[in-house]
Design a protein around this ligand. Structure first.
Ligand code: UDX
Length: 436
């Protein structure tokens, strides 16, 4: 099948490369000519395990190409819209200007019969708007507009694409349903459920899923705070809860608050949509507010660890991205944490295996270091903000030798208190007993 992908960002690139790997003929189109030129040279603008190899092999086999203009889109049977929908400045609504721009660009070029599929996360009703634009510009054409949201996690996006829990297809048109079934046919061996729903329902499934996951994380984060006060262990509480099939153990890992390119933006956009329809989602509103407060409150833990003040102290922060296996620092909890530490008079030394270039413009006052151990040099406390694999088995004796004080604040609970006790560290995890 001939597939065009509007947008060669995170979603477009991963989806385009995976569809090509399924055997489809894919063109990724992006108006950023420099990005397209780099992609043609085999340079991948984002950090995603396995993506460079996937792009390279599919380009070599002639199934994946890149273009800065949509001029040949008329040859495609399906066109995906996978451009960004960032938060609109000021009100938190999803900014749909890139989506509509892409639709206007393709409208005159589409074949007389085509299927336009939205992969970008768009508020309920956006598909109707897209349909209106296409009808206006191409009244003679038979163009179906479908919602097919993605559920890709950064760092695991290729696996998520190829082994989805479900595929959501939002259209009531039989022909379009057939086209979507054909696109995803190579996945039939793994037999993922495909659910066929209305377009609006599909659009909402995406937001409701992300808001629910964000709620689950926030729930366990608040339970972690309670655990600290009542001398209970949140890891065991989460395990005890998660073994109940109705609850499930995933997304019950406490931490410094959720971040990233999706949860903060999508919860805010859902809240706005709900308000516009006169149905305030008070639970989601609270989740968003609690999470924002939590990110900054993490600095308090460092203050407590150092006996009441960080003024004049040096703090090493390991992990600047919002989670491991990505270079993405968007809405990373490390940012408000470090900003608060600076505000409180501390000096911050930072290290991240992949995210330092992205962090630099956001956190210009951090002393960026080349390893966890260099960051720890002279530090009064070391904060683990992201659970990168390489932080899970640090040489504690080596750390202790270079630090000014043996203090670790573990915001991801990747260490055990007994090993910290043996290594004679003061240790503050989240929601369970540490070492005084
Ligand atoms: C998320 C959704 O999982 C994905 O389906 C959607 O399409 C895009 O948004 P992503 O943002 O890449 O994916 O990361 P995810 O692994 O979901 O983590 C999001 C945030 O929640 C991170 O900051 C992570 O550290 C935090 N988190 C996650 C927790 O604090 N605890 C958990 O148990 C899980």
């Amino acid at each position: 099948m001939r597939v065009s992908m509007m947008g060669a960002g995170y979603v477009g690139l991963v989806s385009g490369a995976c569809f090509a790997d399924f055997g489809h003929q894919v063109t990724c189109i992006d108006k950023d000519a420099a990005k397209i030129a780099a992609l043609k040279r085999g340079e991948i603008p984002i950090f995603e395990p396995g993506l460079a190899e996937l792009v390279e092999s599919n380009m070599r086999q002639g199934r994946l190409e890149f273009a800065a203009k949509a001029s040949r889109i008329g040859e495609a049977e399906v066109v995906f819209i996978a451009v960004g929908t960032p938060s609109r400045r000021g009100d938190g609504h999803a900014d749909l200007s890139f989506v509509y721009q892409a639709v206007r660009e393709i409208a005159p070029l589409l074949a007389g019969t085509a299927v336009v599929i939205t992969k970008s996360t768009v508020p309920v009703g956006t598909g109707d708007e897209i349909e209106n634009i296409l009808r206006e510009q191409r009244p003679e054409a038979d163009i179906q507009v479908v919602s097919n949201p993605e559920f890709l996690r950064e760092g695991a996006a290729i696996r998520d694409f190829k082994h989805p829990d479900r595929i959501v297809v939002g259209t009531e048109d039989e022909r379009a349903r057939g086209v979507l079934a054909e696109i995803y046919r190579p996945l039939y061996l793994n037999a993922p459920p495909i659910i066929y729903v209305s377009r609006r329902t599909a659009e909402l499934i995406k937001y409701a899923s992300n808001a629910f996951l964000a709620t689950k994380i926030t729930f366990i984060n608040e339970i972690a705070d309670l655990c600290e006060q009542v001398d209970a262990d949140v890891q065991e509480v989460a395990r005890g809860m998660g073994l109940d099939n109705r609850i499930g153990g995933k997304f019950l890992h406490p931490g410094p608050g959720f971040g990233g390119s999706c949860f903060p933006k999508d919860t805010t956009a859902l809240i706005k949509t709900a308000h516009d329809h006169g149905v305030p989602l008070r639970l989601v509103e609270t989740v968003a507010a609690v999470n924002e407060q939590r990110k900054r409150a993490m600095a308090r833990k460092v203050v407590v660890a150092l006996g009441g003040s960080v003024r004049g102290k040096t703090i090493a922060v390991l992990g600047l991205t919002f989670k491991p296996n990505t270079d993405d620092t968007r809405d990373s909890p490390a940012i408000p944490l470090i900003t608060a530490l600076h505000d409180l008079g501390a000096t911050v030394r930072g290290y991240d295996p992949a995210g330092m270039e992205q962090a630099k413009p956001l956190l210009p006052d951090v002393h960026y270091c080349q390893s966890a151990y260099t960051a720890a040099e002279g530090a009064d406390a070391l904060v683990i903000a992201t659970e990168w694999e390489q932080f899970r088995a640090l040489d504690l004796a080596r750390l202790k030798a270079v630090m000014a004080q043996p203090v670790i604040v573990d915001l991801r609970n990747i260490y055990r208190s007994d090993e910290m006790r043996r290594a004679a560290f003061r240790y503050l995890p989240i929601g369970r007993a540490g070492v005084e």
